[in-house]
Design a protein around this ligand. Structure first.
Ligand SMILES: [Mg+2]
Length: 183
């Protein structure tokens, strides 16, 4: 079995970190208020440069993964459910080194690879992934349309009211879905 993961808002709580940075200027901004992908569409009164700057800082500074992520990935590896963890991110190329450091500092005992791809589908197809965990609806649609991989939405405020994909609430949900697949 082969499984892949998005990084931002699946492994790291990047949007929450962006909101925390923006909150120093705009305390009323909430993660739950981001109803479509992109904070600027939900909070139109915030200047774009402030959002861009917060995104850049959050990607650079993020260190703590989402709850249970490390334990679940370790469990998959230790129980030989998978032999390698695939991360595929649309983070830009210039974040490659920093992203590697961030993942490595959390998963020093877990074998993983990271691909930086604007379009994830070719890589997912070529690797032959069975499942890909993703927070973006548009990416999930592309994966469903053009690969044999099953996309699974990681529940976030901006992917609500979408019913055509599997959905998990958290990393415990990822763990159950993968284990049930094997049963
Ligand atoms: Mg993401």
């Amino acid at each position: 079995m082969k499984i892949g993961f998005d990084i931002d808002d699946v492994f790291f709580p990047t949007a929450q970190n962006i909101v925390n940075i923006i909150n120093t200027l705009y305390p009323d901004v909430l993660l739950e208020g981001i109803k479509t992908y992109g904070i600027e569409e939900s909070y139109t009164y915030i200047p774009k440069y402030i959002i861009d700057n917060a995104v850049e800082r959050a990607v650079e500074e993020t260190e703590e993964p989402i709850e249970d992520a490390i334990d679940v990935l370790r469990y998959f590896i230790n129980n030989k459910i998978v032999s390698l963890i695939y991360f595929i991110t649309s983070r830009p190329e210039n974040t490659r080194q920093r992203t590697l450091e961030q993942i490595k500092s959390n998963l020093s005992d877990v074998p993983f690879v990271i691909y930086h791809k604007k379009d994830k589908t070719n890589t997912i197809d070529r690797l032959g992934l069975d499942y890909f965990f993703e927070d973006r609806v548009d990416h999930s649609e592309k994966i469903a349309d053009s690969t044999k991989c099953t996309p699974v939405l990681f529940d976030r405020p901006w992917n609500q009211n979408v019913y055509e994909f599997h959905r998990v609430e958290d990393w415990k949900g990822i763990c159950s879905l993968v284990i049930n697949h094997l049963a």
